[in-house]
Design a protein around this ligand. Structure first.
Ligand SMILES: Nc1ncnc2c1ncn2[C@@H]1O[C@H](COP(=O)(O)OP(=O)(O)OP(=O)(O)O)[C@@H](O)[C@H]1O
Length: 246
């Protein structure tokens, strides 16, 4: 198992924000987690990234306990909605940044960044500065920057939240292609039911700090608390009304 979280909890004052949270995630899979605002999704991601210390519980990666490792040593990338690009660096250099920090040689950097630019369909924008890009293009650059360093786990916090629905859909498909090609293991949190179903190999539902993971899409769809059933009834009701009017 690539990621194993066992019985993590976290309180702020009297508020228990994460309650006995456990999950397991295989390598090269995506776990999407659906939950309402305030249910503890971001806190969970911060704990996995090492930015927040849990009160109890353990985190293992590839069998090794990483609970006491600093964020830098975990090799995890945490990408959130407002993730900013470096404004003074062009697209190429934004994507190359992590490789330069790791002191990779120039030929490797050029090869990897050019491959990534091609994949992201950003080769024509390579020399542009972030302020000269659209929201969707900026988003693609931030994915490229995150994925090029081959993170052990990619944590995505509402990554498509600020995009219009067409761009959002394109980005969801692009991310799925990238996850396959670059063999990414990721956790993605979202408020969006369809996004959770579309993106996840496994789907989790978080409510008031408790996480339930469903191992199949059917299990998730059939549980009334996930909201899929009421969504289906809504559309069915609308369809029947229309048919009656005809
Ligand atoms: N540093 C902190 N100090 C005190 N309380 C906090 C802190 N961080 C989060 N909380 C509280 O923990 C709860 C969960 O917050 P969290 O940000 O994890 O929710 P979320 O599910 O990510 O919400 P959203 O979808 O709105 O981002 C909230 O009630 C929040 O007020």
């Amino acid at each position: 198992m690539h990621l194993e979280i066992e019985k993590i909890s976290k309180s702020y004052g009297n508020e228990e924000v994460i309650k006995d949270l456990s999950l397991q995630l295989e390598a090269n899979k995506t776990l999407s987690i659906l939950g309402k605002s305030g249910c503890g999704k971001t806190t969970m991601l911060k704990i996995i990234a090492g930015l927040t210390k849990p009160d109890n519980g353990s985190i293992k990666m590839a069998g090794k306990d990483i609970s006491d490792l600093s964020p830098e040593k975990r090799g995890i990338v945490y990408l959130y909605q407002e993730d900013l690009l470096f404004p003074h660096l062009n697209v190429f250099e934004n994507i190359a940044f992590g490789l330069r920090i790791r002191k990779e040689n120039e030929a490797d950097i050029n090869r990897k960044v050019n491959e990534m630019l091609l994949f992201l369909e950003l080769e024509k924008q390579a020399q542009r500065m972030p302020h000269e890009l659209s929201g969707g293009q900026r988003q693609r650059v931030s994915f490229g920057r995150a994925i090029i360093i081959n993170p052990s786990i990619l944590l995505l916090d509402e990554p498509f939240g600020s995009l219009d629905s067409g761009t959002r859909q394109r980005m969801q498909h692009l991310f799925k292609d990238m996850a396959d090609k670059f063999q990414i293991t990721s956790l993605l949190v979202t408020h969006d039911l369809k996004e959770a179903i579309l993106m996840g190999d496994q789907i989790g539902f978080m409510k008031k700090g408790r996480l339930q993971v469903y191992n199949s899409r059917d299990e998730f769809i059939n549980d009334p608390q996930t909201g899929v059933q009421s969504e289906l009834h809504f559309w069915e009701g609308l369809k029947n009304e229309k048919t009656e009017q005809l």
